[in-house]
Structure formats: structure tokens, C-alpha cells
Ligand binder design. Structure first.
Ligand code: PLP
Length: 421
């Protein structure tokens, strides 16, 4: 690899393994670059077709009626994501809030939502009312919830999905593994789930938690049969530039309903000023396919290097990707903490800080996290975390540029090596 003498001081053994790991990634990198090129073209075309102009980059104040920048950004997102319509707003405070808006926007008292990919992301359990006080949860509003598990090999239970859809207003799918060890679902698999659900009930709404998935493949779930999807702008589609926000995209009638939930009945999407947010949201979306490709490359490199070092990874380095997450089983608390110290040292912000395990509210074990990001909590930027319990897995994601992401991963490996000697 490039001679970094005087900048970073890696052991000769690690440098040799890094070269080997990168060699192993060659095919995967070619695939990622091909997808990146396609997605960049998709985004550029969406900007051009919707005649994005300088005036759109300037925001409004107050009620924000007739905010051209906002309404055009909705159309740009919709086109590039292959959706009929989209609702892109900096007023979404997080991914969870965006997903919750979609659920409350579409579901009504007496309806049933069925998660067909096992337990949803942690924070969604409180939204649904499976866990926590349930204040304001779907359950409190009389919306029923059921759950189908993935089969032992990680694949969906299609006959059970078809049957469940018969009485379901909504079929809920989570694309990314989140913080579990189950496989993430390719868009093609999501398409098969949607087809099974529609066989059971053509009127059921197929909804996808698309967090961490945008631009990892050429197509998004709404192009494969899903009706609606949502995600966070401080993950993939914000391109590392959007400072906050979320998006919902899919069928026009459903996106309209979500607009009435985000603001209120009668007003919906017609209001909501953009202040000085438009430029960052446009610029971030423009950068997103490239930033995502760099994060996926960083993730492949991390898996390749740690496979060389003898640690199990999911996915494996050459596996096709549908999200930016990798999990590495590090086997001991010392390794996990050293890994996170290395990632932190390889961050552009707060690199001098030492992450320590802490008892995070809502978790049964201590958790350690490494993140030194320009946007607080942004996980398209290089970050890592894991609970201090066997098998001491670390979840690592992000890397706005491959070269800096790779340095972060090398510093993590080096920190583990130093901790042992
Ligand atoms: C991040 C994430 C969420 C929630 O997003 P927050 O911004 O953390 O609220 C939901 N689902 C998945 C799969 C995620 O990765």
C-alpha cells in the first residue's frame, strides 16, 4: 500500500496483510464501482429532469408555503429512488421518527401490522408498543402487531407471509440486519416477500425500513414491489452532508397520508419551511452514491482484513451487499475495546478521545462506541460499536472516503495488536 512513513506507523505484518486483503477485495470493488456509476447517473438525471436551479438551494421561513426547493427535492428523491412520490424533510428528527411517521400515517385503529423479518430495530419496539411504557405507541391507538421470524437459514417464510397478509393492513420489512447477526435482505428478496404478501392480499401495504440500504444496490425496494419505504438522512441518502432529516418514498397516496401525519390534517405537505437546509440536502443526495460506495468498500476491506487476522465476519468479504454494515466477532472484551479505540483514533473529529464502555439506558450489557463524525451520530461516517458480551462482536459501518476508512480499520487492527504485546 501507499508509503505513509512519517504519517502512520503500521507494523510490517499488518501492512502485508492489508495488501493481501485489498487484493481479495478486487472483484467486490469492481462490482461496487459499477453500482456507484449507475446510481450517480440516476441521481444526476433526476437533478436535470427536475430542472434543479440555484433558486431551489435557498430556503424559506415561517409557514414555508410554495417552497420550490422543498417540493423539487421531493421529486428528485422520488425519481432517483424509483418511487412515485417522496417526502424529504429536515423536520424528521431521526430514522425512528421517520419510520414512526410512516406507520402512524398509514395505519388506523383496528389494523394489523405484521413484521415478517423478525424483531424490528430496537427503537421501533417502543413505537409499536412491544417494549417500554407504550405512551403514544401504535398499540395504545389500537393497532395490532404480529411478528414472523426468518427461517433458520435467514430466508423469509413465504407461505407464512402469504397467509399473514390476508389479515394484515401492513407487511413490515427491515432490509438491514441492524444490530443483529441475521443476514440483510437483498432488494430481490424484498421483491419476493412483496409478491408473496400481495398473493395473500393485494391491498396490503408492503413497507420497508430502508435504513442503511440506499444506493448499495442499483434498485431500491419500491422498484421491486414494495409500496413505501423510509430512511434517515444522517445515513446513506444524506451523503455525509445533510445535518439531519429523513425521507419517505413510494406510492403517491401513501406519501400524502404520511404528510398529514408529519404536520397535521388539512395542511400535510403544503407547509414546513426549509430555512437554510435545502442546499445541504441537495448536495448530500448528490454525493450519496459515492459516499455509500466508499462506505461499502471500507466494509469489504474490514471483512477481508479481519478474515486474514482469523476473525469471523458477517457478511464475508466477497458476499454481495445490500447495506453498509459489517459485524466482526472479536472474541474478547479487550479486542472489542482496542478495536473501538483504533476507529476513534482514525476519525477526523475527536480522534484524541478514548472511548470507554458504559451502561447505556435500555441495554442489559455495557456498550462501547467509537465515532468521531462531522454530524453527531451519523453512521455513514466511520463508526463502530458493540455490547460487552460474548462473542464480543463489533458492528462497523461508514467511511465517507475509502482511503480514510481503510486507515481507521488498520488503526483498529493495530490497536488490537498493541494491546496484546
Ligand atoms: C438506524 C436505524 C433505525 C433508526 O434510526 P435512528 O436514526 O437511529 O432513529 C431504524 N432501523 C434501522 C435498520 C436502522 O439502521
Amino acid at each position: 500500500m501507499t508509503d505513509l512513513t512519517g504519517l502512520y506507523d503500521f507494523s510490517p505484518r499488518l501492512l502485508a496483510l492489508a495488501d493481501k486483503a485489498e487484493e481479495k477485495c478486487r472483484e467486490a470493488f469492481a462490482r461496487i464501482e459499477e453500482i456507484q456509476a449507475y446510481n450517480e447517473a440516476k441521481v444526476l438525471k433526476a437533478f436535470a429532469d427536475n430542472r434543479v436551479s440555484a433558486a431551489h438551494l435557498v430556503g424559506t421561513t415561517g409557514y414555508g408555503y410554495d417552497d420550490m426547493g422543498r417540493d423539487t427535492l421531493d421529486r428528485v428523491f422520488a425519481q432517483a429512488l424509483g418511487a412515485e412520490d417522496a417526502l424529504v424533510r429536515h423536520q424528521f428528527v431521526s430514522g425512528t421518527h421517520t419510520l414512526a411517521t410512516a406507520l402512524f400515517g398509514v395505519l388506523r385503529t383496528g389494523d394489523t401490522v405484521v413484521s415478517v423479518t423478525g424483531a424490528p430495530y430496537d427503537t421501533m419496539e417502543e413505537v409499536i408498543g412491544i417494549r417500554g411504557g407504550g405512551t403514544g405507541s401504535l398499540q395504545e391507538f389500537g393497532i395490532h402487531y404480529r411478528q414472523l421470524e426468518l427461517l433458520p437459514d435467514g430466508s423469509p417464510d413465504y407461505p407464512a407471509i402469504e397467509e399473514a397478509a390476508k389479515t394484515a393492513k401492513m407487511i413490515y420489512i427491515q432490509r438491514s440486519r441492524g444490530y443483529s447477526l441475521r443476514p440483510s435482505l437483498p432488494v430481490e428478496t424484498i421483491g419476493k416477500i412483496a409478491a408473496a404478501a400481495k398473493r395473500g392480499n393485494p391491498d396490503t401495504v408492503v413497507f420497508v425500513d430502508n435504513c442503511y440500504g440506499e444506493f448499495v444496490e442499483k434498485l431500491e425496494p419500491v422498484s421491486a414491489g414494495a409500496d413505501l419505504m423510509a430512511g434517515s438522512l444522517i445515513k446513506n441518502p444524506g451523503g455525509g452532508i445533510a445535518p439531519t432529516g429523513g425521507y419517505i418514498a413510494g406510492r403517491h397516496d401513501l406519501v400524502e397520508l404520511c404528510g398529514y401525519r408529519l404536520t397535521c390534517p388539512g395542511i400535510g405537505r403544503e407547509s414546513g419551511c426549509t430555512q437554510d437546509q435545502n442546499r445541504g440536502l441537495y448536495l448530500g443526495f448528490f454525493h450519496a452514491p459515492s459516499a455509500v460506495a466508499n462506505a461499502v468498500k471500507t466494509s469489504c476491506f474490514a471483512c477481508a482484513l479481519f478474515e486474514e487476522l482469523g476473525y469471523p465476519t458477517t457478511p464475508r468479504c466477497g458476499d454481495p451487499r445490500t447495506d453498509i454494515i459489517a459485524a466482526i466477532e472479536l472474541g474478547s472484551a479487550e479486542n472489542l475495546c482496542a478495536f473501538c479505540r483504533g476507529i476513534q483514533a482514525g476519525s477526523p473529529v475527536d480522534s484524541h478521545v478514548t472511548p470507554e464502555p458504559w451502561a447505556m439506558p435500555g441495554y442489559s450489557d455495557e456498550v462501547i462506541m467509537a465515532a468521531g463524525a462531522f454530524t453527531m451520530g451519523a453512521s455513514l461516517e466511520l463508526s463502530a460499536d458493540g455490547p460487552l458480551r460474548a462473542p464480543y462482536s463489533v458492528w462497523v459501518q461508514g467511511g465517507l472516503t475509502y482511503n480514510t476508512g481503510k486507515l481507521g480499520i488498520l488503526l483498529a487492527a493495530q490497536a488490537m495488536e498493541s494491546a496484546r504485546s
